[in-house]
Design a protein around this ligand. Structure first.
Ligand SMILES: O=C(O)CCC(=O)C(=O)O
Length: 259
């Protein structure tokens, strides 16, 4: 948590925050009138401005904000509980080094028609967007200026459910698009560990970066974070409430109807 607070005290005027970045891109050759019009358009478009916190370390670049109020987040959680259909049977397993495991949580994949995403030895086809998923996706787009065509949903029934260390570095992900992680339900710890500082053989001492992902929060993992840092959601036995996490992604690789 300390690292997060250290890295996260910058205010929303930070030039690296997503909203600011969008404004700066079009700054160069404008007269004042055009600039004012542009500012107004941005304010209108980004109707839900959020105070971003920057989280940085060597090769790690993230932005964190509370995107939804408690009331909105409560409602979205309930709607997702009614709408999302999670994988079962063979689809609820992953392969790691050739061995098949049950995943310690529930998963679902939604997105644009025909998109697939392969990770942990399993290929998943996107189900069509539900109204609530579209609503959350559009809120993330309005706030960040980024578009997404796929979402991986993880549901943790309580603190026993977890996710092991991994990177989201699959080739089919657009490397220029951040992975946008929306959390609803129980707040959970989320830990980044540098690839050179993992395990007994590690040759560098780099402190892990620890955050708590709150109800209604949005974490943007910007490039090159997923090249250098692994992330995990560890077991937290005292947590008895469920949590839903949605990672919005942009997939650029072939669709399943192409060869
Ligand atoms: O539930 C979380 O916050 C972790 C999700 C995650 O690591 C992933 O989808 O790759």
């Amino acid at each position: 948590m300390k690292k997060f607070l250290e890295g996260g005290e910058k205010d929303s005027s930070d030039v690296n925050s997503p909203c600011k970045r969008i404004k700066l891109e079009s700054d160069e050759s404008m007269n004042q009138e055009e600039e004012e019009e542009d500012d107004q358009a941005i304010l209108a478009e980004f109707s839900h401005p959020v105070p971003w916190q920057k989280i940085e370390a060597e090769g790690l670049d993230c932005d964190y904000a509370l995107l939804f109020s408690k009331e909105e987040a409560d409602k979205l959680f309930q709607q997702l509980e009614e709408e999302v259909v999670y994988s079962t049977g063979e689809e609820a397993k992953v392969q790691v080094f050739g061995k098949v495991y049950n995943i310690p949580r529930k998963q679902a994949t939604y997105g644009d028609e025909g998109l697939t995403y392969t990770y942990s030895g399993v290929t998943r086809l996107a189900c069509p967007w539900t109204p609530t998923l579209e609503h959350i996706r559009d809120a993330v787009t309005k706030t960040t200026g980024q578009t997404f065509n796929f979402v991986l949903i993880n549901r943790y029934k309580d603190g026993q459910d977890h996710m092991g260390e991994h990177r989201d570095d699959e080739k089919e992900l657009d490397p220029l698009c951040p992975i946008a992680s929306v959390s609803l339900g129980a707040a959970r710890d989320f830990i980044f560990r540098h690839r050179d500082a993992r395990g007994k053989q590690s040759h560098r001492q780099i402190a892990p970066v620890k955050l708590e992902l709150a109800h209604g929060s949005l974490l943007l993992m910007n490039s090159p974070t997923n090249t250098f840092w692994y992330h995990s959601l560890p077991v937290r036995k005292k947590i008895i409430q469920p949590r839903i996490n949605l990672t919005f992604r942009r997939i650029v690789a072939k669709r399943n109807d192409q060869v």
